[in-house]
Design a protein around this ligand. Structure first.
Ligand code: PEP
Length: 250
């Protein structure tokens, strides 16, 4: 049985002390059925890699460059040395707040694969794109551009994160999470697209869902074969709420 991927995205939360307190309290209660990955801030990675064994580590971004005069950047080689086995790229907060393009995202995917770190490539449509019927076109564009030049696409985890469903972009707006039907329909499309574009490799590529995931909603769609796991923001910040999500895997 393939394990479901339960990925926490802590974003810019948790100092070293707070990360350690989380790690001390956390247990992967479903370890036979769920692989747990925590995308922690850069400053927490080294500490977490020695402090615990119940989850694997991801970074939240990487430089496209190997080394050099790029002030403030962190390379894939640096991530590898502090124990990051995965790294998020192309998160909508980076695409929107830091104007990251598909070309930049693709360069980061390549930089990670060179160092044998698994990219978690995020993509998804905005509310306006969805309302004008462009969901499939946007998804296809972001996937094909993000995976351009990748030898084996099954070495990348894809994360479908509709921008309109992410808690960050709902402040002061009416909350709208993706329904079980939305998720099932789009994941089926993505799986079909991957098989058409990349054959066997595409069929082996994991696709997780992200956007306001909560234990209450997760139990409705985590069971689908087309949903290989979830990427969880806000609800991953406390051990209790994150563990409730992990416990929805059956
Ligand atoms: C995310 O930003 O990757 C995310 C899934 O956030 P949230 O669960 O808070 O919507």
């Amino acid at each position: 049985m393939t394990k479901k991927l339960i990925i926490a995205n802590w974003k810019m939360h948790k100092t070293n002390t707070e990360a350690l307190a989380f790690a001390k309290q956390f247990k992967n209660t479903q370890s036979r059925k769920a692989k747990v990955i925590v995308a922690a801030p850069f400053t927490d990675l080294a500490t977490l890699s020695v402090a615990q064994k119940d989850f694997q580590l991801a970074a939240q971004d990487v430089s496209a460059y190997d080394e050099g005069a790029y002030t403030g950047e962190i390379s894939a080689r640096m991530l590898k040395e502090v124990g990051a086995e995965y790294c998020i790229v192309g998160h909508s907060e980076r695409r929107i707040y830091h104007t990251e393009t598909d070309a930049m995202v693709s360069a980061k995917v390549q930089a990670l694969l060179k160092k044998k770190i698994t990219p978690i490539l995020c993509f998804g449509e905005t509310r306006e794109e969805r309302d004008s019927g462009k969901t499939k076109v946007i998804i296809k564009k972001q996937i094909t551009k993000g995976l351009q030049g990748v030898d084996d696409v099954s070495e990348v985890i894809l994360a479908y994160e509709p921008v309109w469903a992410i808690s960050t972009f709902q402040k002061g707006k009416k909350k709208s999470s993706a329904s079980e039907g939305d998720i099932a329909q789009v994941h089926a499309y993505i799986k079909d697209l991957l098989a058409k574009l990349f054959g066997n490799q595409g069929q082996r590529t994991a696709v997780v869902y992200g956007g306001s995931v909560h234990a209450r909603t997760c139990e409705n769609f985590i069971k689908y074969d087309d949903v290989d796991g979830v990427l969880v923001g806000r609800e991953s910040l406390t051990v209790a709420s994150f563990q409730d999500i992990i416990n929805t895997v059956e």
